[in-house]
Design a protein around this ligand. Structure first.
Ligand code: URA
Length: 430
């Protein structure tokens, strides 16, 4: 088989067959095809798209490029969740303990943040002592014992994705729906869970800016999951403002604890309860999604989900006494509204960038982060504000540069009209 023939076939709009897809993934991963040819193929895929069969074959070939996690030693149904990445997204910190408190097993490998979106591992590591480096054995044994574990990836999962993603990043081919779907799904399938929930963010702060694209991506991922016999649901959720009120690693842990204590915020609580309810139904823990919603509510009210969070932190060596102190930064600065009206949008991307510039995120993989800094949003979309009234608090160590204020000025869109508050979940696809 010759790579140039595959490039020409795709360039001319013809679908690739399984064998052709397996060939280029395997040979590229092993270093036998040069970057320039794979770049040309990726660009052809970007313009000509892939059908469902091709996307499933690509996922399968990528999945088989490396190790997979065997969770069969854990009894019962295992659940996992993935977010396509947002700002203020601390869902795993609430959802994990919530489902584990119901006796459902959550085995989750998470990532670090890069750019304007935060990563779950960085949030967890803002707790003094928290260990995300679990061996596969320790990971499995913790899930067996307390029903949940969240760890960084140790095995060589989906090496094809590492190479392909790096190439896509520098060739303008990241925003291709079949390429994103196969990249995400190959990693989820390699992680070994039976039930998968995907949180597909849409809006300014997300990968998928448009709702239509988010829907297409969700459908294709659900189809791929079903082809691999998984119970899978995609939740299309709003990212036209950050999730919750807190953005920044330790601030988000604090907000997750408040949410687990049934103190809101509403968007985060609704999202976590709804995903949990689908997991309960798919894991056979409840008969229906409605019953799952009730169970999630009870676990929050009774304090069982919060107790599970503390058990989880302790199991991974986090110091519980560290959670008693709120944020300690050199400065806490109020940021005031520029005009009177209703908040129409809070550009999530800008808020993520502000958090990163304060030191809460990485611009390059090598950067170290300051876990304490970030932003607290005092007002959200739909709230009315008066000019000069504080709408956010900046938690900073060191000077706050002028461009941070410029980013915030640009983030808040305030209008004279009344703005309706919208549901966090736009659509559910299963
Ligand atoms: N997240 C991934 O893991 N892969 C993509 O291609 C895009 C987002």
């Amino acid at each position: 088989m010759r790579m140039v023939d595959l490039i020409e076939k795709k360039r001319d709009g013809e679908p690739l067959n399984n064998e052709e897809i397996r060939f280029f993934v395997k040979e590229y991963t092993e270093g036998n095809i040069p970057d320039y040819q794979v770049s040309a193929l990726l660009m052809a895929i970007y313009f000509q798209n892939m059908n469902e069969d091709e996307a499933a074959a690509l996922t399968d070939a990528m999945l088989k490029s490396g190790d997979t996690i065997d969770l069969s030693a854990i009894e019962g149904v295992k659940v996992d969740k993935h977010s396509t990445g947002g700002v203020g997204d601390k869902t795993t910190l609430v959802l994990g303990p919530l489902v584990a408190a119901a006796g459902v097993k959550l085995a989750k490998l998470s990532g670090r943040g890069l750019g304007h979106t935060g990563g779950t591992l960085d949030k967890l590591e803002s707790i003094d002592g928290f260990n995300i480096d679990l061996s596969e054995k320790a990971f499995i044994s913790q899930v067996k014992k307390i029903n949940m574990a969240v760890a960084g990836q140790t095995k060589n999962l989906v090496p094809a994705d590492k190479k392909l993603y790096a190439l896509r990043d520098v060739t303008g081919t990241v925003p291709s729906i079949p390429l994103i779907a196969s990249s995400i799904m190959s990693k989820k399938l390699a992680s070994g869970a039976d039930v998968i929930c995907l949180d597909v963010k849409t809006g300014d702060g997300a990968f998928m800016k448009k709702w239509d694209d988010a829907k297409q991506l969700s459908k294709i991922m659900v189809d791929i999951g079903e082809a691999f016999d998984k119970k899978i649901t995609a939740f299309i959720t709003r990212m036209d403002q950050p999730l919750g009120h807190m953005v920044g690693n330790r601030l988000e842990v604090y907000e997750a604890i408040r949410c687990l204590s049934k103190k809101g915020p509403d968007d985060l609580e609704t999202l976590c309860k709804t995903i949990a309810a689908h997991m309960f139904k798919d894991a056979g823990r409840t008969q229906s999604i409605d019953a799952g919603m009730k169970l999630a509510e009870e676990l929050l009210i009774s304090g069982k989900a919060l107790a599970k969070f503390y058990e989880f932190v302790e199991a991974q060596d986090g110091k519980l006494e560290d959670l008693d102190t709120f944020i300690q930064t050199e400065h806490v600065i109020e940021y005031n509204a520029k005009k009177t009206g209703s908040i129409k949008r809070i550009k999530a991307r800008n808020i993520g960038v502000v958090s990163m510039k304060l030191g809460g995120g990485r611009q390059t993989k090598e950067d170290t982060i300051d876990p304490m800094v970030g932003i607290e949003l005092l007002k959200k979309v739909g709230d009315s504000v008066k000019a000069g009234e504080p709408v956010a608090k900046i938690y900073a160590n060191g000077d706050v540069s002028d461009d941070i204020y410029d980013d915030l000025d640009d983030a808040y869109i305030i209008t004279d009209e009344t703005v309706e508050k919208k549901d966090i979940i736009i659509d559910i696809i299963r």
